[in-house]
Design a protein around this ligand. Sequence first.
Ligand SMILES: [Fe+2]
Ligand SMILES: [Fe+2]
Length: 135
Amino acid sequence: MTLIQWDSRLALNVGEIDTQHQKLVAMVNALNAAMQQGKGKVAVGQILDGLVSYTEYHFGAEEQLMDQFGYPESPTHKTEHVAFVKKIGEFKEEYRQGRLGLSVGVMTFLSDWLRCHIMGTDKKYVPHLIARGVR
Ligand SMILES: [Fe+2]
Ligand SMILES: [Fe+2]
């Protein structure tokens, strides 16, 4: 079962952002599929590592856009990014050490966070960027 279905409510229509968000959605779905299929620790760990590094890459790209175009809500937006990076970094480490497994609860947290952040916090910068010519 696909955990997050990409649909038009997630599309922001600005720059490279949608492509990056689609990739993040695909990675969360891949992680969920690996969990459901009972994939081993090495395979799951690789998907998890990929998700963490791509998340950091995406946040960096988004923050650069916000800074470049003087988005006033950038500080609070960055605070959300920092908190999520900390959370998934801790999860990755606990998974590696065998202290925490992938669970429905973890997957729900990841997918809910991503969906809410895109549809709430990310969506808010769209008018500002579009007004400044970002396409
Ligand atoms: Fe964001
Ligand atoms: Fe984003």
